[in-house]
Design a protein around this ligand. Structure first.
Ligand SMILES: NC(=O)c1ccc[n+]([C@@H]2O[C@H](COP(=O)([O-])OP(=O)(O)OC[C@H]3O[C@@H](n4cnc5c(N)ncnc54)[C@H](OP(=O)(O)O)[C@@H]3O)[C@@H](O)[C@H]2O)c1
Length: 253
């Protein structure tokens, strides 16, 4: 499994206390990476880090809120101090505070969505770039959404932010490619996490959604975790600026 080996690599995964981020962190750790588990809640992060250590992996918990630039700086600085230069960054945490039409969207809420889902990713990418540039090697993964590929009457602001992440990946891939830093997005469809609880916890809604999917099921966190492993490792060495869609076939219908 040489192409998927991450032995000794240092990876930060935001929003890794549960859901997709947790699966990404667990898969990177299983491949040998030393992973930083991060979310707003220290205890939840420590529990995940502990379960990775029990499984034989290497993990460190550092709580940080993606909305706070100082905390993002501290997350990267503490990772460097305790584990060394950063090889892999996964910007996975995001917010979706508004459900409704764009007509009723306040400036404050729109700014918050763009702040957490796009600006924070720009901060983090810039914070880890010097480490990656110095070693002429780095992989950055932004967890976007298929929402960034289609219109919506109810989660429009979130979808704008997720489309912006796709463009951010393309821009940084062009800017930083000469330093051998790869930047890609994963665009999940519906995945069974707290984030999509409204869909998977209501059997009627879930059945309606699954009926329309070519694979006839919503996604599991590990359906995304494995893609992150591929993009973070040598298996993904020639992929940059791309959006990998994992949606059970929703977008090709
Ligand atoms: N699930 C889906 O159907 C789906 C589909 C497409 C895209 N996505 C994307 O996948 C990513 C992960 O979502 P998920 O489904 O795994 O969600 P989730 O299960 O709700 O997990 C979200 C994670 O982010 C953390 N988090 C939330 N706000 C944060 C903040 N301000 N600062 C730091 N950490 C924060 C949460 O921990 P704390 O609460 O402790 O902070 C948790 O670890 C998101 O970017 C989402 O947009 C999800």
């Amino acid at each position: 499994m040489r192409l998927f080996d991450l032995t000794g690599k240092v990876a930060i995964v935001t929003g890794s206390s549960r859901g997709i981020g947790r699966s990404i962190a667990e898969n990177l750790a299983a491949a040998g990476a030393r992973v930083v588990i991060s979310s707003r809640k220290a205890q939840a992060c420590e529990e995940v880090a502990q379960s990775i250590r029990v499984a034989g992996g290497h993990a460190l918990a550092i709580a940080a809120n993606i909305s706070d630039q100082q905390q993002m700086g501290e997350l990267v600085a503490r990772t460097r101090e305790q584990l060394g230069p950063i090889d892999v960054l996964v910007c996975n945490a995001a917010s979706n505070p508004y459900y409704g039409p764009t007509t009723g969207l306040s400036d404050e809420v729109f700014a918050k969505v763009m702040h957490n889902n796009v600006l924070s990713n720009i901060w983090l990418c810039n914070l880890v770039r010097p480490d990656m540039e110095a070693r002429r090697n780095g992989a950055i993964i932004l967890v976007s959404s298929v929402g960034g590929l289609h219109g919506s009457a109810v989660i429009g602001a979130y979808n704008i932010s997720k489309a912006a992440d796709m463009q951010l990946a393309r821009n940084l891939a062009v800017e930083w490619g000469p330093h051998n830093i790869r930047v890609n997005c994963i665009a999940p469809g519906v995945v069974r996490t707290d984030f999509a609880r409204a869909i998977h916890e209501d059997p009627k809604v879930r059945a309606m959604v699954e009926r329309e999917l070519p694979l006839r099921r919503i996604g599991e966190p590990d359906d995304i975790g494995g893609i992150a492993l591929m993009l973070a490792s040598a298996a993904g060495n020639y992929i940059t600026g791309q959006v990998i869609v994992a949606d059970g076939g929703a977008m090709i219908r």
